[in-house]
Design a protein around this ligand. Structure first.
Ligand code: ITT
Ligand code: NA
Length: 192
């Protein structure tokens, strides 16, 4: 059956659709006729993902899922983490966020970081969480303009270029979001 993807971020939709292919049928909030800015007021990815999916479930009574993602930088004690979207302010400006991150990491030797995605699925009124993690590091000068957010400064372990220099398919080989989505797909395939 159809699942609503509760997000306002088109990049997430594009990436997840590439992973899902025709394995599941998902529609966007726009396609479901919903136009709201979903709240994410909590201090964990899990709680925000739950907030987003349950908000859309309350409105539609339909099966749906959301995801919340954060970049967790070791030398910054896990920041920006749950604040990744608004790190440099409410403008949600990708470039300003990157600039702030690189400034905070100036002179630091430890560049280790990870992306973490938490998917919250509401399926037949029950909630299920799926996590995906991608370990990597933050480079000193940004490279590439593909993807979104912090992609131009993040090199996943095992790769030689940033997510910003990768096609969607290439990013999906490594990405947090692809790993969490794989778990969602496996779960739903076992429900039919
Ligand atoms: P929602 O409507 O789904 O909430 P959002 O853009 O607000 O969309 P988040 O709250 O999960 O998403 O914010 C995460 C931020 O982290 C996002 O705005 C990007 O700046 C960054 N981010 C998330 N996934 C990323 C990825 O795969 N690569 C680079 N940056 C990413
Ligand atoms: Na958000």
């Amino acid at each position: 059956s159809t699942l609503i993807f509760a997000t306002n971020n088109q990049h997430k939709v594009d990436e997840i659709k590439t992973v899902i292919g025709n394995k599941l049928h998902i529609i966007t909030m726009k396609e479901a006729g919903i136009e709201i800015d979903i709240p994410e007021p909590h201090d964990t990815l899990e709680a925000n993902a739950t907030e987003k999916s349950s908000t859309i479930h309350r409105l539609t009574k339909r099966n749906c899922f959301s995801e919340d993602t954060g970049l967790e930088v070791e030398a910054l004690n896990g920041e920006p983490g749950v604040k990744s979207a608004r790190y440099a302010g409410d403008g949600r400006n990708f470039q300003a966020n990157i600039d702030k991150l690189l400034f905070k990491l100036e002179g630091k030797n430890n560049r280790k970081a990870r992306f973490r995605t938490v998917i919250s699925l509401i399926w037949n009124k029950m909630e299920y969480l799926f996590e995906g993690v991608c370990d990597g590091s933050i480079i000193e000068d940004q490279k590439g303009n593909q993807g979104f957010g912090y992609d131009p400064v993040f090199i996943p372990d095992g790769a030689e270029k940033t997510f910003g220099e990768m096609s969607r398919e290439e990013k999906n080989k490594y990405s947090h979001r692809r790993k969490a989505t794989d778990k969602l797909i496996t779960f739903l395939q076992n429900q039919q």
